[in-house]
Design a protein around this ligand. Structure first.
Ligand code: NAD
Ligand code: IPM
Ligand code: MN
Length: 354
């Protein structure tokens, strides 16, 4: 019997709604598979917590989270609390403290789903650097209120930080039968950081002669995501470029509500965190119409990470079947179903499969 202790942080806005569906679906998977169970511990951290208590999470929050097998998170950030306060008070410290230096984001157009490109073979996996780069949190503001006022936001790229995420990308390619790793940079303009990135990528790629190493500038890559998505296989990118490209990728796969992510600490020294790519969607929060697929797929990635490969396979198939069926869809995908109806449809498929 495998029992997993999962820390649940629904967070803000639609995060709360989609995480409910994810949890109910994990329970359904556990019920269908004898020998698997979960203990969910919920934390009320987020913007409402901040408005009440003046903090996004408890002071010892990171210490508490450390002992869980994984963290399942909805979204952080909501009008009423400045974004830089909410994100630097909860989401970003978790990624950094737990050395979740890989943010793994699959971009896949499922049969039955119509993206803006209508068709095409879209099946890539983005390996986003997740703890440094443009998100290092280094910088400052000076000369406030004067004509000389300035802000510095320093990107930090370390050899260790780049090497480990690039190695992960190549190892992932190898393990998953993928052929090519494309590194995305901007070394024509960013003459220190991205030139260094290119050098490290060239050196790391030499250790993987069986995998093609490929390189693109981020502006050209953005266009190619749209015009030739089939040319991408595994993509490795810095924190900010990976962030932007994966929202673009989410759009290509049928919408931001579909996209999942896994913030991984590959060494398993600390818990990894699973969350949809989207945010709290204040424009639709509370209406019960948010697409739960990104959150449920993120739970599927959590099962894979926990080594529950069979259960993960069943859940993936249930998601794919509901998408292929096309009847049960939230409004962002052109349907009329509610968040719960989509979750229920996926759970129904799990039940049928068991
Ligand atoms: P967003 O992803 O919340 O919303 C962008 C658009 O996508 C909106 O039109 C929204 O309605 C739609 N959308 C998002 N999720 C959806 C879903 N599940 N189903 C259907 N439609 C969905 O991005 P934003 O508006 O830029 O950000 C809102 C807040 O969320 C901000 O505070 C931002 O900082 C935060 N945010 C948090 C995370 C995270 O916690 N990982 C990610 C992105 C944004
Ligand atoms: C994401 C989000 C976060 C990021 C924000 C909310 C800080 O956009 O997970 O993609 O940029 O990493
Ligand atoms: Mn993002």
């Amino acid at each position: 019997m495998s029992r997993y202790n999962i820390a649940v942080i629904p967070g803000d806005g639609v995060g709360i709604e989609v995480i409910e569906e994810g949890l109910a679906t994990l329970e359904a998977v556990a019920k269908a598979h004898g020998g698997l169970s979960f203990e969910f511990t919920r934390f009320p951290w987020g913007c409402r917590y901040y408005l009440e208590k003046g903090k996004m999470m408890d002071e010892d929050g990171l210490k508490i989270l450390r002992d869980f097998d994984a963290i399942y998170l909805g979204a952080v950030g909501f009008p009423g609390v400045p974004d830089h306060i909410s994100l630097w008070g909860l989401l970003l410290p978790i990624r950094q403290e737990f050395e979740q230096y890989v943010n793994l984001r699959p971009i896949k157009l499922f049969p039955g789903v119509t993206g803006p490109l209508r068709s095409g073979n879209i099946d890539m996996i983005c390996v986003r650097e997740n703890t440094e780069g443009e998100y290092a949190g280094v910088g400052g503001r000076m000369f406030n209120g004067t004509p000389q006022e300035l802000a510095l936001q320093t990107a930090v790229f370390t050899r260790r930080g780049m090497e480990r995420v690039m190695r992960f990308a190549f190892d992932y390619a190898r393990k998953n039968g993928r052929q090519k790793v494309t590194s995305i940079t901007k070394s024509n303009a960013c003459n220190y950081s991205m030139v260094f990135w290119d050098e490290v990528f060239a050196a790391v790629s030499r250790d993987y002669p069986d995998i093609r190493a490929d390189q693109l500038l981020v502006d050209a890559a953005a266009a190619l995501f749209v015009t030739r998505p089939e040319r991408f296989d595994v993509v490795v990118a810095s924190n900010l470029f990976g962030d932007i490209l994966t929202d673009l990728g989410a759009a290509l796969q049928g919408g931001i509500g579909l996209a999942p992510s896994a913030n991984l600490n590959p060494e398993r020294k600390y818990p990894s965190m699973f969350e949809p790519v989207h945010g709290s969607a204040p424009d639709i929060a509370g209406k019960g119409v948010a697409n739960p697929v990104g959150a449920i797929w993120s739970a599927q990635m959590m099962l894979e990470h926990l080594g529950e490969v069979e259960a993960a396979g069943v859940l993936m198939k249930a998601i794919a079947d509901v998408l292929a069926g096309g009847e049960v869809r939230t409004p962002d995908m052109g349907g009329k179903s509610t968040t719960t109806q989509v979750g229920e449809a996926i759970r129904q498929k799990i039940l049928i499969a068991s």
